[in-house]
Ligand binder design. Structure first.
Ligand code: C2E
Ligand code: MG
Ligand code: MG
Length: 720
């Protein structure tokens, strides 16, 4: 219902206008006022939809009336029409300035009056509608804003609750290594109050050592802006108990997507690990004696062979078969037979040394892997002790039994280079011993004199080879996995033996280590490799690096740093271009002396890699305690690599270890694109293997650095 107010001092006009106004639409309410002041009084408490006012009135003219009217709250939007007889612009201007909406000329045209008034009313109604819509929208908005805020607060609280209750330690640190946040699990494990942790240095949360490791891993995440693949780590809690965690680290980004910190979460997998270890133990041990079984023996053999590749370690495999065990069973029954086996196994266990392996590989068959053997006499002496030990079990449980065994011995490397040949040959020797009279041992190769003669011949051949320059170096490319470019090569020794062709080092290095010829041979290798590498430039003119294998024997006299310095001086090779590959075998007795030699080499600017990494007993300790620059993952883990295998876990652990120690890591034995892809995804820095190129003569390598290797293609066979 519309309300129209009419203000005019003349009664006639008021009546006419009121009638016209009432005719605009049905139900219109018209209020008329003769006095504008009186009208203002009414307007202060009422809101009309349209005002029609005369201009010339006593007390107040139209302009002043409008000005005062517009001062009333809510009056700003109400249309006011001024009726004026004055033609002069100045009146209109005043009225406009005061807030008039429209004008009508007096005498008023009735039709025009009605039309204008109707239009203005329509406008007014639309305006009111819009206003009410806007205000309801505003209310709705306000409401939804309020519910959103509550929902946000609720979900944030819920999230915080979840974070605090999940059985995972969660924390975040900023680029300066200060804690941004830690959940309750984390704080409880560290034994600190959650409230006190924000802003504390990482060491406070994790302890000094683990804190430093975390810090360097965080740096990798901050630099690469990428998450680290999950890795396993052992963490000691405040209660002193070490537990195993599966840890992930990922970048923390701000609203502008800039990495500002690192989020770390660690899931406790200690229980799972214990079960796994138990299952592994079951799979690798004999249930009756709890000794390693055949599978584990093979695995230990495989590792020993890798370690002995440089020839610095011989070892012997003894196969032991009890003589006449069947009669124990027949005489005393199976339960007693089992007890007899247990007795023999515990006696044998007392005869072996720390790194030796005693395995039960069949009903009455045992095997002993004897490490640190210098010659066949050592092995023979040990075989005699085995026989003696078994014979001490005679008269078992009071029965009239003479216990005895037959033992077959195979030596590495002379009697075989693989686990299978060693096992077969030791078995063969054992059958020979049994076929004789039993209670005795046999070597695989009975004629030790013939072996000695062969050794002597090899000694003189090697001496001659050195004099006549029959040794050559082959080079195998090393690739930077982030660019796919060759950055250097490993120098690998070959013997161009007259009448026999190219001989690989496995066939003669062992002998050279034994007779000491390794020292002059390796000195030649070092000089030759430095001389050759001095001329290497890649396509962009950048010099390349060379890796040289050094023998542990060369470190025994502690003159290796001097030798290296002299040869670098002679050949003029930039020390930063030389990488020296050592193995764990380097630390035979005096750890500190070797460490100080390595430190002196590093001081020269030379780099040091630990070769065949992961195969030794103390890899982890040596990696953190010896001064080195790079870890070289042994090819046995890489070559046979399959996803989700044991090898995968080892590789991952080595890469993580290298990262936390700030060492580079190279993988050798890369033969397939899948292996390369995996290594790259794990964050391994460098690689070497047949996939990129086999060891090749110097000339071929010089050509290769001009063309480069095609990393994504099928393996190239540059040379044999
Ligand atoms: P290493 O230092 O671990 O060298 C890597 C060996 O793995 C080389 O055997 C190389 O040919 C081989 N290899 C590289 N990539 C692959 C691959 O993808 N698949 C397979 N199956 N094998 C691969 P090589 O040349 O017979 O050398 C054997 C070992 O002899 C070396 O092992 C090193 O311990 C020793 N050696 C070689 N040259 C010297 C030397 O000048 N001085 C000393 N002291 N030892 C040397
Ligand atoms: Mg090597
Ligand atoms: Mg190696």
């Amino acid at each position: 219902m519309s309300v129209i107010v009419i203000v005019d001092d003349r009664v006639t006009n008021r009546n006419i206008f009121a009638k016209l106004a009432a005719s605009i639409e049905a139900g219109i309410v018209v209020r008329t006022f003769g006095d504008p002041v009186e009208a203002l009084g009414w307007l202060a408490g009422n809101t009309p939809d349209l005002i029609i006012t005369d201009y010339k009135m006593p007390h107040l003219d139209g302009a002043e009336f409008i000005r005062r009217f517009r001062e009333i709250p809510k009056a700003v939007d109400i249309p006011v029409v001024v009726i004026t007889v004055y033609e002069e612009r100045s009146f209109r201007l005043r009225a406009l300035e005061a807030g008039a909406t429209d004008f009508l000329h007096s005498p008023v045209d009735h039709h025009e009056f009605v039309t204008r008034a109707r239009n203005l009313l329509k406008l007014r109604h639309q305006q009111i509608l819009l206003e009410s819509r806007a205000s309801s929208l505003e209310k709705k908005l306000e409401h939804s804003e309020r519910t959103r805020a509550t929902a946000m607060r609720d979900s944030r609280e819920q999230l915080a609750q979840v974070i605090d209750t999940v059985p995972v330690m969660i924390s975040a640190a900023n680029a300066e290594g200060r804690v941004l946040f830690a959940n309750r699990q984390q704080a409880a494990f560290a034994g600190i109050d959650v409230a006190a942790i924000t802003g504390a240095p990482l060491a406070e949360l994790f302890g000094a050592e683990h804190g430093a490791r975390n810090r360097s891993l965080d740096r990798v995440v901050l630099e690469t802006a990428k998450a680290l693949p999950p890795f396993e780590e052992e963490i000691v809690g405040r209660d002193g108990e070490a537990r195993v965690f599966l840890t992930t680290k990922s970048p923390l980004r701000d609203a502008a997507d800039v990495v500002t910190g690192v989020l770390t979460s660690s899931l406790d997998i200690s229980d799972r690990k214990k079960i796994e270890a138990h299952l592994r133990h079951l799979a690798h041990h004999d249930p009756l004696t709890d000794l390693p079984n055949r599978t584990l023996l093979r695995d230990r053999l495989r590792r020993m062979i890798v370690r002995a590749r440089r020839g610095d370690q011989q070892f012997a495999l003894h196969m032991i078969d009890l003589d006449g065990f069947k009669s124990v069973n027949d005489l005393l029954g199976h339960a007693a037979g089992d007890r007899f086996i247990q007795l023999v196994s515990s006696r044998l266990a007392d005869t072996i040394r720390e790194h030796d392996t005693l395995a039960r590989i069949g009903g009455d068959e045992f095997a002993i892997l004897q490490t640190s053997v210098t010659n066949s006499e050592d092995a023979a002496e040990f075989a005699r002790r085995i026989l003696e030990t078994v014979s001490e079990c005679s008269g078992f449980e009071g029965a009239p039994l003479r216990a005895a065994a037959s033992v077959g011995v195979a030596m590495h490397p002379a009697d075989g280079l693989t686990p299978s040949t060693l096992i077969n040959n030791a078995d063969f020797a054992m059958y020979r011993a049994k076929a004789g009279r039993g209670d005795s041992f046999c070597f695989y190769e009975a004629d030790t004199h013939a072996r000695a003669r062969r050794d002597m011949a090899l000694d003189s051949d090697l001496r001659r080879a050195l004099e006549r320059g029959e040794f050559v170096l082959y080079y195998q490319p090393q690739i930077d996995l982030s660019t796919g470019a060759i950055f250097g090569a490993e120098a690998l020794l070959r013997w161009n033996k007259p009448g026999e062709g190219v001989v690989a080092p496995g066939a003669f290095l062992g002998r050279a280590e034994e007779n000491g010829l390794i020292v002059p041979i390796n000195e030649w290798v070092l000089r030759e490799a430095c001389r050759e590498a001095k001329g290497w430039r890649d396509a962009s003119g950048e010099p390349l690096c060379v890796s040289v294998n050094m023998s542990p024997i060369q470190f025994q006299k502690h003159n290796a740093p001097l030798l290296v310095a002299r040869i670098l001086g002679e050949t003029g090779l930039d020390p930063r271009r030389l990488d020296i590959e050592i193995t764990e075998g380097i630390v035979v007795t005096d750890f500190d002396a070797v460490a100080s030699d390595l430190r002196r080499l590093l001081d020269l600017g030379v780099r040091i890699s630990i070769d065949d990494f992961g195969t030794g007993y103390s890899s982890l300790t040596y990696a953190s305690r010896l001064p080195v620059s790079r870890l070289k993952i042994d090819q046995s883990f890489v070559r046979n690599f399959r996803p989700e295998s044991h090898d995968e876990a080892i590789i991952r652990t080595i890469v993580t270890l290298a990262r936390s120690l700030d060492l580079r890591v190279i993988a050798e034995g890369v033969e397939t694109v899948a292996q390369m892809e995996f290594l790259r995804s794990e964050g391994c820095d460098e690689a070497q293997g047949y996939y990129f190129g086999r060891p090749m003569p110097a000339e071929n390598f010089r050509q290769l650095i001009q063309t480069g290797v095609s990393v994504e293609r099928s393996p190239r066979r540059a040379s044999a």
